[in-house]
Each structure stands twice: as C-alpha cells, then as structure tokens.
Design a protein around this ligand. Structure first.
Ligand code: ZN
Length: 286
C-alpha cells in the first residue's frame, strides 16, 4: 500500500491570522512576513519535497517573486482567497466572484493553471464545494473534520469515495483533509497551524509517531509568520491566549517541520503535491 504525505502553506499576512482579524491593528508591510516562506521552501528543497502554496491575493506584492521561483522549481500554487475573509461570511455570489477573480489573477501572474483551493479560516461547506467545482477547481483542502472555534460548515464526505484516511473524491473532485488525533478530552489537529508549534514537542511527537504508524496519508500546513525569528509588532486587542498563539514556538518551528519530514521519510511516505497525486490517480484509471 502506498502512503502519501503533502506539504502546504497558507500564504497570508500576519494580520490575516484568525486571531488578529478585525482587531483593528493597522497593517504594516514590515510586519506582514510573507517573505519568510522562503525558509520553508529552503527546507523543503533540501529534501527535494514539492509543496503546495495556497496564496492569498493580497499577499502577492510581497511574495510574488519568491513564489515564481518556487513554481519554476516544481512547487504548486493554489488559491487561499482574494483576501482572507472567511467564505462562511460571504453570500454564495460573493464567494463565486471572489474565487473566480482570485483564480484568474493567480493564473495570469504565474502563468499556470490553478486547480486547488484552501478556504481562509477553513470556512467551507458543501454548497461552496459545488461552487468551487463550477468555477473549475479540481480539489479542495479545507476540511478540518474539526470545527473547534472555527466558522467551518463542514463537508459531508460520506457521499465521497475514500482513497485514504485523509483523501476522498467525488467523481473527478478531490478533498484533502487535515489530520487530527484523539487526545485529552477531544481531538487535536496534528497537521500544523498553531498546534505543532505550541504543544510541547514530546507530546506532539508521541501523537505524530502513533499516527504515522497506522495512517496511509498525512498533510502538513503552516503560515509564513510562524517562521519569524524577530520581535513581532505591538498588537492591540488580543488576550493572553491569543498573544501566546502568535508568539510561542516560532524559533524552533522549522526544526520541528524537519523532524516531521524525517519521520515521514523513514515511514516511506511518498511526499508529493496535491495535483501530482490527482494526476497519478487519473493515469492509473486510464
Ligand atoms: Zn489562512
């Protein structure tokens, strides 16, 4: 049985993060940090791993050149939104227009086809998946199967065919879900975001290794600002927990990602991009 792992990044500004959204912190490009994605690319390139970068269109001025180079190097570009507003806060028409425009802009800027999507704030539901299909997307990677504190409508994957634990498809359309494990009193996401950064490594390592022993698929994602090693700007209207989410665990995050790559390699996972996976599946069918 083949085992698959996918690396991705949600390319957005520090100011786009859920915790700072609508908190009235004025945008300052100096502290936007999209350019830090270069450290993630450096690490991935060292292991010859191709990743998918879900790009927020408003972040393009800062990271266009780096992404262009990454694309030439075999990495993939997907859409993370025209801006970072959750689709769950939009009407269907607004959502359709935003992904149509976003796709078009990315395709023009990078001269590549954009077929993948990850919703800002993981705000996705079945209705929006239908709109994604109608607008020419072939896959989505927003399913958390974990709705804690997030405005996610959730997707009913029951009607999909299961390829692997985290990979489902319905006809030609694929959904790549984020991983979670049973921990403490509920579920803990182990695909990235704040969790891998904030949970003590010996705890996270335990759950990751346990998961890798039995799973056939894994997905990782992070954000550029999480790789920041300098002092973040003074932020207002955030509480202690939110402060911690933004600040903690940034200095050794890359080292943790490196360890995850090493675990996956040792467990013989094939690490490819989402579209490479879909392409390989199509070829198998024909
Ligand atoms: Zn995001």
């Amino acid at each position: 049985m083949d085992k698959y792992a996918f690396f991705s990044m949600d390319v957005e500004s520090l100011y786009d993060s859920l915790i700072l959204y609508n908190k009235g912190n004025p945008y300052n490009s100096k502290y936007s940090y999209e350019e830090l994605l270069k450290y993630y690319i450096e690490l991935l390139d060292k292991y010859n791993i191709k990743a998918t970068f879900f790009v927020t269109v408003t972040s393009l001025p800062i990271c266009k050149d780096i992404l262009e180079k990454a694309l030439q190097n075999g990495h993939e570009i997907g859409l993370h939104g025209l801006n970072h507003r959750s689709p769950m806060d939009m009407t269907n028409d607004e959502f359709r227009e935003s992904i149509r425009q976003g796709k078009k802009i990315l395709e023009n800027v990078f001269n590549t086809k954009v077929i993948g999507y990850r919703a800002p704030m993981f705000g996705i539901n079945d209705e929006r998946i239908e709109i994604l299909k109608e607008e020419g997307f072939i896959y989505d990677s927003s399913d958390l199967s974990f709705h804690l504190a997030l405005k996610s409508g959730g997707i009913s994957l029951d009607s999909y065919t299961k390829d692997a634990t985290l990979i489902h498809h319905y006809d030609y359309f694929y959904e790549f879900s984020l991983a979670k494990v049973k921990a403490y009193r509920g579920h803990m996401p182990i695909s990235g975001g704040g969790y891998i950064r904030l949970v003590p490594w010996f705890v996270m390592k335990y759950y990751l290794l346990k998961f890798f022993r039995k799973t056939d698929s894994y997905l990782f994602y992070c954000h550029p600002f999480e790789l920041c090693h300098s002092i973040l700007p003074k932020l207002k209207n955030i509480n202690k927990r939110e402060w911690l989410y933004i600040h903690a665990g940034r200095f050794n995050y890359l080292r943790k990602i490196k360890r995850i790559i090493q675990f996956l390699k040792r467990k013989k996972f094939k690490i490819i991009t989402f579209s490479e996976y879909i392409k390989a599946k199509k070829m198998q069918e024909n």
